[in-house]
Ligand binder design. Structure first.
Ligand code: ADP
Ligand code: MG
Length: 323
């Protein structure tokens, strides 16, 4: 049967780990969690035409379907362990599955993630990945827990993926968007940074829907506001080159989405400790503002002059549906 030969192709790249007692092949997977660890679980779905365009290479879809989930584990300070993959395919396309599985496995192997099960169905192209990881009991990072006065930090750079999309929508072939396109197709989850920030960050979230939108979630859960210096938002050399207009660039960085960087808070007294911890895992980070009492978010430029908040703060599913 075709379904089974497709599953076999995926199984060949599934990987293994000592805590996986049973992987692909039985009715469910069986895991032996290490003592003293809490399980951390997340699921995210990528749908063709919504999360990626038709024509994106299958290996990039496989990579990204796992990456967006590992980014959620990173934001919790978790170490990833296993994944489940629910794949919906329009037809019995073994070449697609091989390439998809290669992209998925390239990232999974880097982080010693074993694929332990899933489901394969026919329908419009979509990939839903569930991940499970571990965190020492009580040491997970959450969106709540920040205090007024804490520094606000961002890992890496913002706006690259949104920049690639903007170039593509303006008619530039995707192939010519270079480094920016890499960030869109093959985001790098900040797993090392998340683990390094255990015991240092007071709150943490990954930036998937746009910096302002996701910062808004952290602020709501922590019951705080923030003063953000828009000009301190880190930009890559590729973004600076492709978007010399500072207003357009700032908009991409504030609201673009698909960055998969970590946005976190930490006490001012731990600035050096944060720097050291992130240096040790080769993760660049920038301080972009501070948390304040109250619920308002204010933007400033480099001269401390207030800037208007963009009308749209990030990507919204079900916009206008009342949901
Ligand atoms: P069941 O009918 O019991 O759900 P399936 O025939 O759907 O079992 O799957 C057989 C085995 O293959 C199970 O272990 C399942 O987890 C695994 N599997 C199916 N599809 C995938 C997939 N896309 N990726 C990884 N494992 C899969
Ligand atoms: Mg099944």
């Amino acid at each position: 049967m075709a379904e089974f030969s497709l599953i076999d192709r995926i199984r060949q790249r599934a990987g293994s780990r000592p805590d996986v007692v049973l992987g692909i092949g039985d009715d469910a997977a069986l895991i032996d969690p290490p003592k003293g660890q809490q399980l951390v679980l997340a699921v995210d779905t990528l749908v063709e035409g919504v999360h990626f365009a038709r024509g994106v290479p299958p290996s990039a879809i496989g990579w990204k379907a796992l990456a967006v989930n590992l980014s959620d584990l990173a934001a919790m300070g978790a170490e990833p362990a296993v994944a489940l993959l629910a794949l919906t395919l329009p037809d019995d396309d073994s070449a697609f599955v091989d390439e998809f599985a290669a992209g998925f496995a390239a990232l999974a192997d880097t982080h010693r993630v074993a694929l332990v099960g899933g489901d394969t169905t026919r329908g419009p192209l979509a990939a839903s990945v569930t991940v499970m990881g571990y965190v020492p009991k009580g040491s997970a990072l959450t969106r709540a827990g920040a205090s007024a006065g804490d520094d606000l930090w961002i890992t890496g750079t913002l706006g690259d993926a949104a920049g690639a999309l903007a170039l593509w929508k303006s008619g530039l072939p995707m192939l010519r968007t270079g480094r920016l396109r890499d960030r869109l197709d093959r985001p790098t989850p900040r797993l090392g940074a998340g683990i390094a920030l255990r015991g240092l960050a007071t709150a943490c979230i990954d930036i998937s829907d746009g910096f302002l939108a996701d910062l808004g979630h952290l602020l709501a859960m922590s019951g705080l506001g923030a003063d953000v210096e828009a000009d301190a938002l880190p930009a890559s050399p590729a973004l600076l080159e492709a978007f010399p207009d500072p207003l357009l660039r700032r908009e991409l960085q504030l609201t673009g989405g698909d960055d998969y960087e970590l946005c976190f808070s930490a006490p001012v007294a731990r600035r050096e400790a944060v720097r050291k911890a992130l240096d040790a895992v080769a993760t660049p980070a920038s301080r972009v503002g501070s948390l304040v009492a109250g619920a308002r978010l204010r933007l400033f430029d480099a001269d401390r002059l207030p800037l208007p908040l963009p009308a749209r703060r990030g990507y919204v599913h079900f916009a206008g549906s009342g949901a």
